[in-house]
Design a binder for this molecule. Structure first.
Ligand code: IMP
Length: 423
């Protein structure tokens, strides 16, 4: 196996956890490169359901190294809760490595996330409320606190005081909130720090050494292309680069170390949070997809908005990530729909737009132009070979491949580890 990246090709929640878990089998290391506990991956192993937010799904295999790169933001409380939860279920944490340069989510980041959203009112982003945006903001404002700072209490206190010097003024004067105190935060975080400490290392070095030893590395994307701060539906995005480019900056691995980029896409489309969504179905088919696809956020429990597959979005994902293949997930959810629609372009005033525009929300709306494909009624969850799929399912898949220009090498037909067709 070559070194691969798995990225979300849509707005996150594409089923990356399962695809990564399937492919992690052949890798030696599984690496997260960005985002934080805003992510949520569900992995089902032998009827056991694991919900992972921060820790790469490689942790479920004893012989793999699981690495959190420097581009990840880490909430120590959430990190330790996840570690303990896995330990209780007999999962070993011996091979878990955390970058010393990853930034730390502090209590004021979570607080500010909520306050900023409230202040935005109707133009809120609909964040997960985990403090992700404010943490990345501190990182780029050079006010952030990194994992390495946690290891030296004196330095941590000095850095916290410096950060609070700014944040307390914002909390008090803008939001009318109480000031926070560095010592209280250290007190709260001390037990978490103790548990995280043994896992902290120079992960860029670790990864590059593994690469030099010809180990196979798997980069596990979080969120999705359309949530990318640069290539997503800005401003309704997260604050990191979930796209393939984020792997290099988020891990300290050079671009020449990567061979393949797999874009995970659902056979339909979902989104949580605010922002434009041209193919959204505000009708019984939207309900059908939500119910049948269990489209509720792993992290926040929010119902996901559902709609038809959007090809301009997928073509954009192919381009900005350099996708070499796609993994099509949840195609079984479409079983029972008589007429499946695919958006191939948008009607924008009197123009037909085939490529993803910089702003989907516009005074002149982007209205989907649909193609319709006949559906199927057969249960496809037992299919393991492509030719076992009903002909209409095959036609749907082949049309997607034709429209986006890359092959669908993996087709997931159910939630379990084995419910997939690998072509
Ligand atoms: P934040 O990442 O919490 O700041 O949220 C920003 C936007 O990204 C919101 O619309 C969230 O719903 C969305 N988001 C963040 N993480 C995920 C994810 O893992 N899956 C789907 N949406 C996400």
């Amino acid at each position: 196996m070559a070194n691969k990246i798995v990225v979300g090709a849509q707005w996150g929640d594409e089923g990356k956890g399962k695809i990564t878990d399937m492919l992690a089998k052949t890798a030696d290391l599984v690496v997260r490169y960005g985002g934080g506990n805003n992510a949520g991956h569900t992995v089902i192993v032998d009827d056991l359901k694991f919900e992972l937010h921060l820790i790469p799904s490689g942790i479920l295999y004893e012989d793999k190294m699981s690495v959190l790169g420097g581009g990840v933001v880490i909430d120590p409380e959430a990190m330790v809760a996840e570690m303990e939860g896995l330990k209780e279920r007999g999962i070993s944490l011996d091979n878990l490595y955390i970058s010393e340069t990853a930034h730390v989510i502090m209590p004021y980041h979570r607080l500010l996330d909520g306050l900023e959203e409230k202040r935005k009112g109707d133009s809120k982003i609909g964040t997960t409320g985990k403090g992700i945006g404010p943490c990345y903001t501190d990182k780029t404002s050079r006010r952030g606190i990194r994992i390495a700072d946690l290891l030296d209490e004196k330095r941590l206190k000095a850095k916290l005081e410096q950060a609070l010097d700014f944040h307390n003024e914002v909390l008090e004067k803008i939001y009318g909130e109480e000031k926070l105190n560095a010592e209280d935060i250290i007190e709260e975080y001390r037990p978490y720090i103790e548990k995280i400490k043994p896992h902290v290392t120079n992960t860029s070095l670790l990864l590059n050494k593994a690469y030099a030893e010809d180990k196979k590395i798997f980069f596990e994307g979080a969120q999705g292309t359309l949530l990318d701060i640069d290539y997503g539906t800005y401003p309704f995005v997260t604050s990191s680069n979930p796209t393939a480019g984020g792997v290099c900056t988020g891990t300290g691995m050079g671009p020449t170390t990567i061979d393949d980029v797999i874009g995970v896409t659902k056979a339909y489309l979902t989104r949580v949070g605010e922002g434009p969504f041209p193919t959204e179905l505000d009708n019984e088919w939207g309900e059908f997809l939500r119910d049948k696809g269990h489209e509720y956020g792993v992290t926040t429990g929010r119902p996901r908005r559902c709609g038809w597959l959007d090809i301009p979005i997928l073509k954009h994902a192919v381009r900005v990530n350099g996708l070499t293949e796609i993994a099509l997930t949840k195609i079984d959810v479409l079983t029972g729909i008589e007429e499946i629609k695919v958006c191939t372009a948008y009607k924008h005033g009197d123009k037909i737009v085939e490529e993803f525009p910089p702003y989907l929300e516009n005074e002149i709306p982007y209205e989907p132009v649909y193609e319709s494909w006949p559906g199927w009624d057969e249960d496809i969850t037992g299919c393991r070979n492509y030719d076992e799929l009903p002909i209409n399912a095959q036609r749907y898949i082949e049309r997607i491949e034709e429209l986006v220009g890359v092959p669908a090498e993996i087709i997931s037909v159910g939630p379990g580890r084995k419910e997939a067709i690998i072509r």
